[in-house]
Structure formats: structure tokens, C-alpha cells
Design a protein around this ligand. Sequence first.
Ligand SMILES: Nc1ncnc2c1ncn2[C@@H]1O[C@H](COP(=O)(O)OP(=O)(O)OP(=O)(O)O)[C@@H](O)[C@H]1O
Length: 216
Amino acid sequence: MSDLELSNLTAVFDGRAVLGPLSLTVAEGDRVALVGKSGAGKSTLLKLAFQHGARHAALVPQDLGLVQPLPVFHNVFMARLDERSLWYNTATLFRPFRRDRQEIGDLLDQVAMGDKLWQPVAALSGGQRQRTAIARALYHRSRTLLADEPVSALDGPMAARVMDLLRARFPTSLIALHDIDLALAYCNRIVGIQDGRIALDRRADELSESDLLALY
Ligand SMILES: Nc1ncnc2c1ncn2[C@@H]1O[C@H](COP(=O)(O)OP(=O)(O)OP(=O)(O)O)[C@@H](O)[C@H]1O
């Protein structure tokens, strides 16, 4: 079953074609790594994928999309705003309910952020902000993830831990990754982007690091 059907996507900036036409089908169970050199078009593709095919997906954008003055708790809580009443959401802004505090606290523990529950995002380090955005995606109900370099600010062990969590939580994902080793280890399909087009689309277990280096 196809989870994400993208057809003939194109992007033009300042009169310059930077993406496409590009079509991509992501089936349920596909964990796709988008790889390719800086400027190849991975972020543009992810943005178009969200706008045109996957508004239901949990999202970790490159700029993280966090609300700086609000605590970590509220930034994570936002992933489920749509499913609650205006009354519930407004009450939570002032005094969060115990069950939500518990659930989000447990989630933050998994990314070693449990002690930052009430810290405003503006007071966090880059890696802590990234983990806040990851916790928000984990809290989202969707079984599909779109993520743009979700572990770029994390050290090796923490990056591996987060990739483990994302793999276990989302059966289907489309993740831009600079780190080729992570892409091969955590994804089962590799899509290589070169000059805004798909230059490679293969199962991860058929590829080695040197196959991917040709894209760079
Ligand atoms: N808002 C914009 N205005 C003008 N050009 C843009 C804009 N966004 C992206 N581009 C251009 O589109 C091309 C693709 O950019 P994109 O960010 O998608 O690449 P990327 O593969 O994600 O790069 P990176 O790995 O560095 O994040 C680049 O040449 C970039 O300069």
C-alpha cells in the first residue's frame, strides 16, 4: 500500500529550476533516506512532500519550527492540538493536565530531556532543541515521518538512540540525512538526489558507502 504518492513535483527559485520534475512513491514500511550533496534539493523535496502529499505526517523540519518563548512541554504538546478542543488547549497553556505532563515527560526521558520539561526552548542548546522537535514528532499520532536532518546537532550515541526511536515509532519515513552510515544503517531504501532529480533509488541492503559517495 502506498503511503505517499508524489508526482511531477517541481520547484523554481528566482527563475531557476531547482527540483524536478520528480515523482516518488513511498509505500507503507518504506524507510527512505534522502541523500545527496548540499543544495541538491532534499529540503525542497521534503517541503513539497509535506504540502502536496503528506500533511498527515509528523514533521521535523530543518528549522525545527519551535515556539521559542514556550517551554519544551508545550512545544511537544502542539503535535496533538488538532485533536483537542479549544478549551482543553487553552487550559493546557496555563496549567497542563497531569496525564499529559506524565506522557510528555516519559517521552522526553527517552531523548534524555526529562529534566527540561518546563525550560523555554529559547534557553536550550541546539541539540536540545533538535530533541524537542523529535519528541514533538514522536508525540504526533501519525505513522509516517518526514524529517530533514533530524540528528545533525546530536553526538554519535545520541544520534543512534534517536534513529532507533524513530525507526521503532514510524513504519514509514522520508528522512534527509547527510550521514551516509546512518542512512544505510537505519533506512531500508535510499533515494539519491542530484541537481533536483532522482539519481538513485535502491534498497539499502544492496548498497555500500562507496555507491553513495558517487552522488557527492
Ligand atoms: N527559498 C529559497 N530561495 C531561493 N533559492 C532556494 C530557496 N530554497 C532553496 N533554494 C535553492 O534550491 C536548491 C536546493 O536547496 P535545498 O535546501 O532543497 O537543498 P538540500 O539538498 O536540502 O541542501 P542541504 O543538504 O544543504 O540542506 C539550492 O540551490 C538552494 O540554493
